[in-house]
Ligand binder design. Structure first.
Ligand SMILES: Cc1ncc(COP(=O)(O)OP(=O)(O)O)c(N)n1
Ligand code: TZP
Ligand code: MG
Length: 552
């Protein structure tokens, strides 16, 4: 039995009107931002994106319009799990019910389009939906009903996953739907996320065999009207990496991730699109949303690679990998905030020994004095001592809401559940560190050139440590790049930059004042090769803060 809601007065809804020539999202914390995004309304920033409630208690909301998968690997079920894991609310409009498992699709029951319309109206007329994500649209009429509702109830963003064939090879949308995608839905989309087969189908079956073909396809699909295109290269043969091509209408980005060797890939497309939608709902810029979503899927696949569910060729994966850490009570609540780089204290075991300080004493003095982020750089510590000391320092830092990173040692960072790591050009490669640490941890990378900074960004780093700016005795044989080298990296880097090397009370203010875009300074000896770490940190903090304020 259905209820006629159509006569009810509908409360005035949304909010975001899209200017078709511009993009829709603000990105006030996203230094990766390259495209022409406009501020339409105050949303949460990336930096606060793990807090699902805004100050008005509004939760970011994704509506998924997709088919049900009885095996729960893909479709509506994957979308719900992805949104829950990414901590946004998810409502659902079901377009079809499939009888499906890890072997394939045994049956499809398409919802009548009137009932799809009724579901859409129920959700959109009552709830504040930020982002709509589409999956299986099994008939042209359903697609048209969706477009009609989107025109009536505009939302902040539309993510289109142009589902046509299931992972098992079963056809989920016919040629008339393909025409509907091209003519009606894609022109409304903020991003479309075809895999190789879907991109080829959208382009009249043009063959796609290389990354260069994917770039051409992204450009041609962009001409169909979506503002951004992500062509997913997971099905390209003969590659150790999985490369996706992102095109925003102006620039191409090749987004690389490690190919995870697993049978459990059923639902990756739905999960990726839902995760992009979730990040957009939180207020991320498009490129940042795509990067975070990719990281999340890669980590989930890696975490579930040996999971055994079903007897078929393609199994589901575990979306809730984050729950494995839920029992750890000592965890930071916020994601990386670039402003945390303002005064970056980097420890040194030999300096602490010289002054008779334990690591914990030195770290406590630094955070009490105003350090905004701490790195344990314990080059000669025994692993066991390092892990024990890191756990104590983590408690101290978190009591001041200061993140704690580990220098070089991913194993130590994992063992103590630190907030992240800092790696150099000859340490663990950044993309490997990212796949080991997952999407939420902070990764900093040392870079001396714009090219290295670009690579760090591609590989999934969060910030750049740039230096040595001045000569230093703390790191042997380290080439000095000077203020000019620092400026060059700051100007080119899409990631926030912190300066390091020979910086102290006498020059920190000048460095901050004379280098545009610099987020802060990282310091070893000026804090730790001193008798009183607390007062040195207080003094340096005052100088840097003043310089940062005078720049504004
Ligand atoms: C913030 C910050 N920037 C740069 C470095 C240097 O890292 P790396 O090049 O790996 O050298 P080591 O510190 O490992 O000797 C850093 N540690 N922190
Ligand atoms: C680790 C590192 N990386 C580049 S310079 C440097 C040492 C910085 O130490 P200090 O602040 O004592 O000059
Ligand atoms: Mg290193």
């Amino acid at each position: 039995m259905t209820f006629a809601l159509y006569s009810l007065q509908v409360a005035p809804l949304v909010v975001f009107r899209q200017d078709r020539n511009s993009s829709f999202l603000s990105s006030n914390s996203d230094s990766n931002q390259k495209s022409k995004m406009h501020v339409s309304m105050t949303m949460q920033t990336d930096g606060a994106s793990t807090n699902i409630h805004t100050s008005h208690n509004k939760i970011p909301h994704v509506l998924t319009v997709a088919g049900s998968d009885s095996g729960s690997g893909a479709g509506i079920q994957a979308d719900l799990k992805a949104c829950a894991a990414r901590r946004v609310y998810c409502s659902t409009v079901i377009t079809a019910v499939t009888a499906q498992n890890t072997v394939g699709v045994q049956g499809v029951n398409i919802m009548p389009e009137d009932f799809v319309a009724e579901q859409l109206r129920s959700v959109l007329s009552d709830m504040h939906v930020d982002v709509v994500k589409t999956g299986m649209l099994p008939s042209l009429n359903i697609l048209k009903v969706l477009c009609q509702n989107l025109r009536e109830f505009p939302v902040k963003a539309l993510v289109v996953d142009p589902v046509m064939v299931s992972t098992s090879g079963d056809v989920l949308a016919g040629p008339s739907v393909l025409a509907g995608f091209r003519e009606e839905l894609l022109p409304m989309a903020d991003i479309v996320t075809p895999n190789i087969k879907e991109a080829s189908a959208l382009l009249n079956n043009v063959p796609l065999k290389s990354v260069s073909d994917m770039r051409d396809a992204a450009k041609l699909i962009h001409e169909l009207g979506p503002r951004n295109v992500l062509v997913k290269g997971g099905d390209l043969p003969d590659s150790l990496d999985s490369i996706d091509v992102f095109f925003d209408g102006e620039e191409f980005y090749e987004l690389c991730s490690l190919r995870v060797n697993t049978r459990n890939t059923h639902g990756t497309g739905c999960t990726l699109a839902s995760s992009i939608a979730a990040e957009l709902a939180k207020g991320s810029s498009m490129l940042s949303a795509v990067k975070v979503a990719k990281r999340y899927v890669e980590t989930a696949l890696n975490y579930s690679k040996d999971l055994l569910i079903g007897n078929g060729a393609q199994g589901p994966f575990d979306h809730f990998l984050a729950l494995k850490n839920i029992t750890q009570n000592s965890c930071r609540q916020d994601r990386f905030n670039p402003n945390d780089l303002l005064l970056y204290a980097v420890t040194d075991s030999s300096m602490n020994r010289k002054w008779g300080h334990s690591i914990a004493e030195a770290v406590r003095a630094a955070v009490e004095g105003g350090a905004t982020i701490v790195q344990l750089r314990e080059k000669d510590a025994e692993t066991r001592d390092f892990v024990d000391a890191a756990k104590v320092c983590l408690e101290i830092c978190h009591s001041f809401r200061v993140p704690l990173l580990i220098n070089d040692r991913i194993d130590v960072a994992l063992a103590c559940n630190a907030d992240g790591v800092h790696v150099g050009q000859s340490d663990m490669p950044t993309h490997l560190a990212r796949s080991l640490l997952g999407p939420e941890k902070i990764i900093g990378v040392s870079c001396k050139t714009p090219e290295q900074a670009e690579q760090a960004w591609i590989d999934g780093a969060d910030y750049i440590g740039c230096g040595g700016v001045y000569p230093t005795n703390t790191k042997a044989n380290n080439r000095t790049i000077g203020l000019d080298g620092l400026r060059e990296v700051c100007q080119a880097s899409k990631l926030p930059v912190v300066a390091i090397g020979g910086i102290g009370l006498s020059n920190a203010g000048a460095v901050m004042e004379s280098v545009p875009n610099l987020k802060g300074v990282a310091v070893v000896s000026a804090l730790f090769d001193r008798e009183c770490v607390l007062s040195e940190t207080r003094n340096l903090h005052a100088v840097i803060r003043e310089a940062a304020l005078s720049r504004k």
